[in-house]
Ligand binder design. Structure first.
Ligand code: G4P
Ligand code: NA
Ligand code: NA
Length: 191
């Protein structure tokens, strides 16, 4: 998606170790106009795909996921990384290992918000190692629901996540696919 790629080049800050800082429009301050354009682009790419629910993980997936849910006229659910005090035990959980942070954490969604009739589009801000996405797939499938597609804002194609999802035959739509991430040079993959 050209608009997003331009924004990444303009505002993104490449930190060492292959990390892209996008705090000006996605991970801290959020650009609602861009979020809306992204949702429109996902929906266009997902034409014909059944969608009854949007699922993401807190916190940075929530803004783009909400825009997409609004476009489809369906509910959005975000998986929690910490158990809420109001949450009872009727939950689906998956353990997600973060290679970046070298910790495992449990992501949780209340059973009441997913049913076996659901066709879910998963949304996340980054696809790196793919562990968060696979954890969300696990949670959705525990409910007997199906994963219709995985909608990613920024895919770091040089990390293993995309291949893991492709190998399991998930339909992945990444709006920006970064092949090379260097301080003075970012290269995108275009199909
Ligand atoms: P994985 O799910 O793909 O395996 O991701 P990984 O453990 O590598 O990443 C952990 C966190 O770091 C995730 O956010 C992920 O979105 C984020 N992340 C990964 N690569 C980058 C990057 O290049 N730039 C930025 N800005 N973030 C990256 P999180 O801890 O779940 O945080 P939140 O922002 O969603 O609250
Ligand atoms: Na993040
Ligand atoms: Na995230």
């Amino acid at each position: 998606m050209r608009l997003l790629e331009e924004r990444i080049v303009q505002d993104g800050l490449v930190l060492g170790s292959g990390v892209l800082k996008v705090d000006t429009f996605l991970n801290h301050q959020i650009d609602p106009q861009l979020m809306e354009e992204m949702a429109i682009e996902w929906k266009k790419r997902l034409e014909g795909v059944p969608v009854t629910k949007i699922v993401t993980i807190e916190s940075s997936g929530i803004a783009p996921a909400l825009m997409l849910a609004k476009l489809y006229g369906v509910e959005m659910v975000f998986a929690r990384k910490q158990k809420s005090i109001t949450m009872d035990d009727s939950v689906y959980t998956a353990d997600v290992y973060s290679f970046t942070k070298q910790v495992s954490r449990t992501v949780t969604i209340s059973k009441q918000f997913l049913s076996s009739d659901d066709h879910v589009v998963l949304v996340d801000d980054f696809l790196a190692n793919g562990e968060a996405a696979l954890g969300l797939c696990d949670v959705v499938e525990q409910a007997g629901a199906s994963v219709s597609a995985i909608a990613i804002v920024i895919e770091k194609s040089f990390q293993p996540g995309r291949k893991k999802l492709d190998d399991r035959n998930y339909h992945v739509e990444s709006l920006a696919r970064i092949e090379t991430l260097e301080m003075d040079h970012i290269e995108f993959i275009h199909e």
